[in-house]
Write a protein of this length. Structure first.
Length: 94
């Protein structure tokens, strides 16, 4: 039933950060309403000199096209600075 669908707000946790590596864990939904928060967090990591960002998606329950677009944008940004964005543990639904 549609009434059973819950929107889970996005939680972003930086679990391990030692320049130039960062591990970021996402929990909840990455969509139009939450993409701005992740954008700000990514931008801050890059500004602080993190060039290799591992993104754990094991607890991400939903991602829409704006979320996918953000991941592609930051992959390109990291590569342009000699770094990378690594996607870890995406669920089959994602």
């Amino acid at each position: 039933m549609l009434n059973d669908i819950r929107n889970e707000p996005l939680r972003v946790q930086i679990k391990r950060a030692r320049t130039p590596d960062a591990l970021v864990v996402l929990n909840g939904e990455l969509d139009l309403s939450s993409v701005g928060k992740l954008y700000e967090d990514f931008a801050e990591l890059i500004r602080l000199g993190f060039s290799r960002i591992s993104l754990n998606l094991a607890e991400l329950t939903f991602i829409d096209s704006t979320g996918l677009s953000l991941l592609v944008t930051f992959q390109k940004r990291a590569e342009s600075r000699g770094g990378e964005l690594v996607i870890l543990s995406p669920s089959p639904e994602i």
